[in-house]
Design a protein around this ligand. Structure first.
Ligand code: URA
Length: 216
């Protein structure tokens, strides 16, 4: 059976709470950054729930032997924050994935044409087969930025079926484009919003995530 893009919106009160804080235009940058960190944490928690590869073994407690389940340390794990805004999700994701390699990818969107381009690329030349990749991109508007990022990742051997995209708000144009191009991809978002305005901002959205996280 052909695969189909999977988009999960976890029903968790902490995710709703921090999304509300992030959306509120009166939230100051320092609290906005906290909200994004928390969203990064809880969305990553949800995204890894059935995704981590585990090892079943036994450990010796002070009393006796007990079964134990561990995250398989052999599975290569990468986190790719899409700069700038994706950095705001990184602290939260990293608390749950302390052993993951972090590869930064800097993307900028032309404000008139909305066309994205890559200005900074720290991806490895080649991903080890089987690498699980968490991509941090908080605002999926047109999907153009993530499309360019996915091209960079897949041409280095990363498999879309082994990726999890952590996003705060996704809009239908992005989901449509990603569904057509990468049907085996899985996205975790705090919310799917109505659409975009004429400047490419998500509505109702939360404004420019990079500006709000970094106070610019
Ligand atoms: N990027 C943002 O930061 N906000 C949007 O609404 C769309 C893209």
């Amino acid at each position: 059976m052909a695969s189909q893009l999977r988009v999960y919106v976890p029903d968790h009160p902490l995710i709703k709470h921090w999304l509300g804080i992030a959306r509120d235009q009166t939230t100051p940058p320092v609290l906005f950054k906290t909200a994004m960190t928390e969203l990064g944490r809880w969305l990553t928690y949800e995204a890894t729930r059935y995704w981590f590869l585990t090892l079943e073994t036994t450990v010796q407690t002070p009393l006796t032997e007990a079964p134990a389940t561990f995250i398989n340390p052999e599975t290569p794990l990468a986190v790719v924050p899409i700069l700038r805004a994706g950095l705001s999700l990184l602290d939260g994701a990293q608390t749950l994935l302390p052993l993951a390699s972090v590869y930064h990818l800097g993307m900028v969107r032309d404000e008139v044409s909305l066309h994205p381009s890559c200005y900074f690329n720290r991806l490895p030349e080649r991903f080890t087969t089987g690498t699980q990749v968490v991509i941090l991109d908080p605002m999926l508007a047109t999907g153009g930025t993530l499309m360019v990022a996915l091209q960079e990742l897949t041409q280095r051997g990363a498999d879309p079926a082994l990726m999890r995209v952590i996003s705060v708000i996704a809009a239908p144009p992005a989901l449509q484009q990603l569904s057509n191009a990468y049907p085996s991809l899985t996205i975790y978002a705090a919310m799917i919003d109505q659409g975009l305005n004429e400047k490419g901002y998500i509505v109702p959205g939360l404004g420019d995530a990079g500006d709000r996280a970094f106070g610019t």
